[in-house]
Design a protein around this ligand. Structure first.
Ligand SMILES: [Zn+2]
Ligand SMILES: [Zn+2]
Length: 362
């Protein structure tokens, strides 16, 4: 009953947005450097914006500043939809500082934190306070986020996953048989409960498809992708969980079959060797782009510099007795720009190097 009602509610409550810029012919997504957190800004051809996650709190508003810089670059003056994938500080933490820089109109998340403890509760309350200033919708799998010209669907939220296939999807997934679950040493970690509840989205523009999944966990990927792949294939995979080894299974990544992957890792956050290996083995993958050089990845796994937005922390780790620097570099971003025919470009803002990917028959 709930799954039938909520899509109507979400569309009705969220309404449609005023157009905030001249319509373009592309869906643009900016993968913003928030030093191992996540923040990805989508700008639709209609000029509506959807920010998925807000980076970290603190640091004098460092991450909110970086998002505001990209918003200005993208020509948007407000965030029409803020999707907070889950209530970890590296995803929701920048919301209050961002609200002081840009109006945040609508908030979509999985409801309430499941993390206990004073620090987690205080961080959640700070976000909930900001959320009260706009329209709040608790996402359910299958919901549509009504951005004109796009098809944005919730594929996971609050620990539940999509139960019926998206258009063109639903094929059986041969990678479910060999799937190896991660054991209790991982799933009993405190972080796992929130990560597994991440709001995850499929975003389509014409023939172009991508997914963004917050920190959705390896084992939850099995729920989503097995026995049938209800998500279908994508052109671009925005790599889950910063490229950590607790997400990004073959059953997800190889079944999505992306041509390009873009990883929002930090120098020492995510960017795991296992993630590089699974991506490299993914059928049809042409390129991996990285937000940062990955220290664990080393020379063997990191892509050539042209595909890495931020190189500054490629030096060996500082002694553990020293705190990490607050500002760690130029905060370059990776821009994805997709056409309705399924062709797209990816640009490294550090060098302005752009690679074009021609439309391909799915
Ligand atoms: Zn997390
Ligand atoms: Zn995270």
């Amino acid at each position: 009953m709930r799954s039938l009602l909520i899509p109507l509610v979400i569309v009705g409550m969220l309404g449609s947005s005023p157009r905030t810029q001249t319509p373009s012919q592309t869906l643009d997504a900016y993968v913003i450097d928030v030093e191992g957190g996540e923040a990805t800004l989508f700008v639709s051809p209609s000029g509506e914006s959807m920010l998925v996650d807000t980076g970290w709190p603190g640091f004098d508003g460092r991450d909110a500043d970086r998002i505001a810089v990209v918003a200005r670059e993208a020509g948007i003056k407000q965030i029409d939809y803020l999707v907070v994938t889950h209530f970890h500080a590296d995803h929701m933490g920048g919301a209050a500082q961002l609200a002081a820089r840009l109006p945040l109109r609508r908030f979509i998340d999985h409801g309430t934190t499941v993390d206990r403890g004073d620090a987690a509760q205080a961080a959640f309350q700070a976000y909930a306070e900001v959320r009260r200033q706009g329209v709040h919708v608790e996402a359910q799998p299958g919901d549509k986020i009504p951005i004109a010209g796009l098809s944005v669907r919730v594929i996971a939220a609050g620990g539940s996953v999509l139960r019926s296939p998206l258009e063109g999807a639903g094929m059986s997934n041969a990678l479910c048989g060999p799937f190896t679950f991660q054991g209790p040493e991982i799933t009993s970690r405190a972080a796992d409960a929130e990560d597994s509840r991440s709001v995850s989205l499929s975003v389509a523009y014409g023939a172009f498809r991508t997914v963004i999944m917050g920190d959705l966990t390896w084992n939850k990927e099995h729920d989503l992708m097995c026995p049938n792949n209800n998500v279908g294939t994508v052109d671009v995979y925005l790599v889950s969980h910063h490229g950590s080894e607790t997400s990004g299974s073959e059953a997800l990544v190889h079944a999505l079959g992306p041509r390009v992957a873009i990883m929002n890792n930090g120098p020492r956050k995510g960017g795991a060797i296992q993630t590089f290996q699974i991506l490299r083995a993914s059928p049809g993958l042409e390129d991996l782009w990285q937000n940062h050089y990955s220290v664990p990845g080393g020379e063997q796994h990191n892509r050539p510099e042209a595909f890495i937005a931020n190189l500054e922390d490629s030096r060996p780790a500082a002694p553990a007795t020293q705190p990490p620097p607050v500002h760690m570099g130029a905060a370059n971003w990776i821009k994805l720009s997709a056409q309705a025919d399924g062709s797209f470009t990816v640009t490294n803002s550090r060098t302005a190097y752009t690679k074009r990917y021609a439309a391909q028959r799915r």
